[in-house]
Design a protein around this ligand. Structure first.
Ligand code: ADP
Ligand code: MG
Length: 626
């Protein structure tokens, strides 16, 4: 028998482990199952290169609860350890690693939440156990060893009569951790952390129906047998080659990841790179809710098929955190704080790689089946528009696939859009004027007017659209965006067949004076415009600049506080309308009521007439028709 003192200077390391890791006690199981997996895969390797002359077989890892004796067993059929190796790997190396870790992070670790991402390894067992035993038999021809440690730095190491190869870890669960003797708890943890680990994990048994015998009569009752309950899928889809997978495989994996999601993903992106860093995974574009409700199903981060976290902030570019799926990379440092993570070169590369892959995939989807891509546009645009704003590398590529839909259901790329409006929509400075609507219903009458002039009107209705427009304008010198209900009418050079004013210059001046006397100056700038006689006589528009600044300050990132803008509008009066002539010719008192009524009607169609004003308008209108 060997007894000894584990080689640490910090006598009270176990209380420290417990204290610091309080929030994530549960990771002990992940660590022990990881070790069992490592031991199995190491043996696989040794047998494959002929160094271990034993039969590898079909090894399984078993997790077993012994509730009566308050014990939890983790049993593997891996390479095992000799007594000497236990000394080396358990008593020295691992422990000093733990000590070093605790020394280093004593102060910062406590409330930073980073501890759970630490592979503290074997010693994490002491977070839940008051005593731990290792019974292990090496594949080498040496006797088995039995190591016991009760949480003090003292341990014992004696021979054991175990003959089968492999290691059994026995945890004597501490009184304050008895929940880890509950079947549902262990099942939950195995499902969370080990669902895709590469060696089969057995936990309990389940009933399986026997096939119905051929000579069974009508009264045959299905017979069941107990079979091993394997908790994991050792070969998850992301570990396979994209060439060996079809759409259905990807969809099936989505359901495996998110059993509670009934909506199918729109498309997926298979990540697969091994230089300069190693990363595999599958990302899915889900159908997103317009209001982006708090997301439960997030991207999951794995390392070598071991679940680590579903907080991928800093690793996945921010605009993609709404995606779902899996990323598996052993090259992401997990034992550091998030701010450090962002500065890490490898992590930045990974993030850039993901951005590039997503852009490439979008481009190929667009090229392969544009119609299908267009049909999905509404569901993906928020992510893409946000990506254009937040990720320069994505913005560079966006021109290839980002779409600008029109109110009548056409979809342009930016280049196509410029082409389409180049003949008809320029302003006095030669800039292309992009007209857009943010709400088809609310701006209906303005869309009609623009359509009558043959203008293209985009439908841009995402909440961040004013930011995007601002960016597009600053990057495309010859482009200016104007909402369809804003003051674009004087910006656009009139087409040749433009209407000539029916009013003489003198009459126009007269009309303008009349209008300016009646219409409140503080809110409206009166503007005369010869338009089709059938077009609305009075139209209210808002200066694009002013409205956009207001919107931007409301969706964040604006430079002004909310509500700092005066409500300024343009009142555009169609000089070719019958009403214009009527007003001009009417008596002074009639003029006033005509202008007021017409102004209110224009306000109504812009959704601006409310409250007291609306009541007065309705009352006045009844008077008129009585
Ligand atoms: P790590 O897994 O990061 O090396 P651990 O503290 O988890 O650190 O484990 C320390 C060492 O103990 C392992 O590297 C391995 O050599 C040995 N070990 C732990 N568990 C087992 C096991 N089930 N079978 C064989 N060796 C093991
Ligand atoms: Mg380990």
């Amino acid at each position: 028998m060997t007894t000894g003192k584990i080689n640490v200077s910090v006598e009270n390391i176990f209380p420290l482990i417990k204290k610091f890791l309080y929030s994530d006690h549960e990771i002990f199981l992940r660590e022990l199952v990881s070790n069992a997996t490592d031991a199995t895969l190491k043996l696989k390797h040794l047998t494959s290169i002929g160094e271990a002359k034993v039969d590898y077989g079909n090894p399984v890892i078993e997790v077993k609860i012994d509730k009566d004796n308050k014990k939890l067993h983790i049993i593997d059929q891996g390479l095992g350890m000799t007594a000497e190796e236990v000394e080396k790997y358990i008593n020295q190396v691992a422990f000093s690693g733990a000590e070093e870790f605790l020394e280093k992070y004593k102060d910062s670790a406590k409330d930073s939440g980073i501890i759970g991402h630490f592979g503290l390894g074997f010693y994490s067992a002491f977070m839940v156990a008051e005593k731990v035993e290792i019974i292990t038999k090496s594949y080498k021809d040496e006797p088995a060893a039995h190591w016991t440690c009760d949480g003090s730095p003292e341990f014992t190491l004696v021979p054991h009569d175990k003959t089968e190869r492999g290691t059994e870890i026995i945890l004597h669960i501490a009184e304050d951790s008895l929940e880890f003797l509950e079947e549902f708890k262990i099942r939950e943890l195995l499902t969370k952390y080990n669902k895709f680990m590469p060696v089969p994990i057995k936990f309990g048994t389940k009933k399986e129906a026997l096939p119905k015998p051929e000579d069974a009569g009508d009264d045959y009752k299905t017979e069941y047998v107990d079979v091993d309950n394997i908790i994991n899928n050792p070969t998850p889809t992301w570990t396979k080659q994209p060439a060996d997978l079809n759409e259905e495989d990807y969809k099936a994996f989505y359901r495996e990841l998110y059993p509670m999601q009934f909506e199918e993903p729109l498309f997926n992106i298979h990540l697969n790179v091994d230089y300069p860093f190693n990363l595999t995974g599958i990302l899915y574009f889900p159908k997103l809710d317009a209001n982006l409700q708090v997301q439960k199903d997030k991207i999951q981060l794995y390392q070598n098929q071991v679940f680590v976290t579903d907080n991928v902030e800093g690793i996945v570019p921010e605009f993609l955190v709404m995606l779902r799926g899996v990323i598996d990379s052993p090259d992401i440092p997990l034992n550091v704080s998030r701010s450090y993570l962002q500065a890490d070169g490898n992590v930045k590369k990974i993030s850039n790689y993901i951005t590039r892959k997503v852009a490439d995939k979008l481009k190929s989807l667009f090229n392969e089946n544009r119609e299908d891509f267009e049909s999905k546009w509404n569901d993906i645009k928020i992510v893409l528009e946000y990506g254009m704003l937040s990720e320069p590398k994505f913005y560079e590529k966006a021109g290839d696939f980002v779409l600008y839909p029109t109110v009548d259901g056409k979809y342009y790329t930016l280049a196509e859009l410029k082409e389409a409006i180049s003949a008809n929509q320029t302003d006095k400075n030669g800039k292309l004027v992009v007209l857009y609507a943010s709400n088809k219903d609310a701006q209906h009458s303005y869309i009609e007017i623009a359509a009558a002039k043959g203008y293209e009107v985009l439908l841009l209705d995402s909440p961040i659209v004013s930011h995007l427009i601002q960016k597009l304008e600053s990057d495309n010198e010859n482009l200016t965006f104007t909402r369809v209900d804003s003051d674009h009418i004087d910006k656009l050079i009139q087409k040749e067949d433009t209407q000539i004013s029916k009013l003489s210059e003198e009459e126009s001046t007269q009309l303008k004076t009349v209008l300016e006397e009646i219409v409140p100056k503080t809110n409206y700038t009166v503007q005369l415009e010869p338009m089709d006689s059938a077009a609305a006589p009075f139209i209210i528009t808002q200066p694009e600049f002013m409205r956009r600044m207001k919107e931007m300050s409301q969706t964040g990132g604006g430079m002004f506080g909310m509500g700092n803008f005066p409500e300024m509008y343009n009142l555009v009066v169609n000089t070719n309308s019958e009403l214009a002539t009527t007003i001009l010719k009417a008596d002074k008192s009639v003029q006033e009521s005509l202008v007021k009524q017409a102004l209110d009607l224009a306000k109504i169609s812009q959704g601006l007439l409310k409250g007291e004003e609306l009541t007065a308008f309705v009352k006045r209108s009844f008077e008129l028709i009585k």
